[in-house]
Design a binder for this molecule. Structure first.
Ligand code: SF4
Length: 195
């Protein structure tokens, strides 16, 4: 486990790719997990703020995700309860429109199975965004998958990415806040309370 963390922290597989982006940044893997974790947050990839802080979801998306889950930072960052394992551990850079580039596929290919194999106690997986849904469910189409969130209970709950870019999506689908979020908070609490 410590070896794996060390290997990830020192990974430079995407160094050339990142050097060619507008920000010309170096890899800075942000991995946050321990074998005791019971909830897995399968996210997308760090944004620039997380790249700078070295801690996952230290941005408005994180504030929104914690609100969705009904928990504070103390529980969110407690690796004995929650593992945060995105589809790529490093900030991928920006595209020409200023949006984050997709997570480099090589990251999940290289690390994901190895990391998930160290997490035997996961009882609830939150699939945050389309990349995580594709990998974990083998399906695409965020709206379709999230609107059928009941199909995946009790072990998986699919969510749109909590980015401000999805605010219009959330407004357009009122069942998300009315039905899915109460069920999410209830299931998160149930898993956290079940020792
Ligand atoms: S994104 Fe993943 S594969 Fe690429 S450098 Fe970072 S840790 Fe390595």
């Amino acid at each position: 486990m410590d070896n794996l963390m060390h290997e990830i922290a020192n990974c430079r597989l995407c160094a050339d790719r990142f050097a060619q982006t507008q920000t010309q940044h170096s890899p800075r893997p942000v991995a946050w997990f321990s074998p005791k974790a019971r909830i897995l947050i399968a996210g997308q990839a760090p944004g620039m703020r997380v790249h700078q802080s070295g801690r996952p979801f230290t941005d408005p998306s994180g504030d929104r995700l914690r609100d969705w889950m009904g928990i504070g930072s103390d529980i969110f960052y407690d690796t004995s309860r929650i593992a945060i394992v995105p589809m790529a551990f490093c900030f991928p850079g920006y595209d020409a429109k200023g949006a984050d580039l997709p997570p480099p596929a090589i990251c999940a290919k290289t690390w994901r199975d190895r990391v998930l194999n160290t997490l035997p106690n996961i009882r609830l997986t939150l699939l945050v965004g389309g990349h995580a849904m594709k990998w974990h469910l083998g399906k695409t189409g965020v709206t379709d998958i999230v609107s059928n969130w009941n199909d995946h209970l009790p072990h998986v709950i699919p969510l749109p990415h909590p980015s401000w870019r999805n605010t219009a999506w959330i407004k357009k689908h009122p069942w998300f806040e009315a039905d899915l979020l109460p069920a999410l908070r209830s299931r998160v609490q149930e898993v956290l309370d079940d020792n």
